[in-house]
Design a protein around this ligand. Sequence first.
Ligand SMILES: C[S@@+](CC[C@H](N)C(=O)[O-])C[C@H]1O[C@@H](n2cnc3c(N)ncnc32)[C@H](O)[C@@H]1O
Length: 309
Amino acid sequence: MEYFHLPVLLDETIEGLCVRPDGIYLDGTLGGGGHSEQILKRLTTGKLIACDLDPAAIENAKKRLAPYLDKIIFVHDDFKNIQDHLDDMGIGELDGILFDLGVSSYQIDNGERGFSYNKDAVLDMRMNTESSLSAYDVINGYSEKALADVFFEYGEERYSRKIAASIVKEREKKPIERTLELADIIAKCYPPKERYSGGNPAKRVFQAVRIEVNGELRGLYDFLTEITLRLRKGGRICVITFHSLEDRAVKNAFVELEKSCICDKRLPVCTCNKRQEIKIITKKPIFGKVNDESNKRAESAKLRIAERI
Ligand SMILES: C[S@@+](CC[C@H](N)C(=O)[O-])C[C@H]1O[C@@H](n2cnc3c(N)ncnc32)[C@H](O)[C@@H]1O
């Protein structure tokens, strides 16, 4: 299947990054390379480190970004490991950082990857096709309580316990192997009246399983805090999120980094030694705009930008 992904908030993000022609940039979520391409177009002597967990994204980008291969360094890994790669490359400070979190349209639309509740496929959902934990392992291996916790915590699914109990009952008969089998079990846990009132009832559980399989929220707050500190003075970080859990991690990391002294105001001298590290550029996030069906993903997109001071 051909790799396709329409970047969201493209102009706002590139404008927000204020790309310097000689700067060193990190795109932690290369995907289809739409954002990366715009950064590369603005570089002369600068470099772009482009990272993605999905080998298909890297392979596609090598073709799409062929005119810029002298300016781009590809990294196939979880962006949470990027600091080690930067150290190995001898790169210190960064001039700009971008994360466009979540899954690409290619991953969702490519039925074989098992991300979609609309397409029949084996339960997979791994962004990194070389990693070991798949959606099949989660659905067939986790305890009922662990499943309910994942559905509730990462999907904010109100029928989490009922769905977990139903999955455990079904898998006693035979393993749950396919996406549509799982979607059907979930749908039956919803009262008929509510079943299709708020979109597909499997939406939240599929999101939750995907987040669990790919460890999407694990360590995100700490990572964002650490990588932001790698920006040079004046350097910008742009983060696009697609659900409230991710957005909360970004917002909280930025708010904490923006705080100066957090000592009790009654103390005569500061003992916390905390200093303001960034200035938040977007006091409120910039929301994605949906032009037509082709960029429906933009509906839930939020962009937050901060500058290192
Ligand atoms: C929304 S897409 C990015 C789209 C990209 N900005 C573009 O213009 O085409 C998200 C990409 O990030 C990758 N990804 C998600 N989490 C990741 C992580 N922790 N480390 C590396 N890549 C990740 C996914 O595999 C996917 O290709």
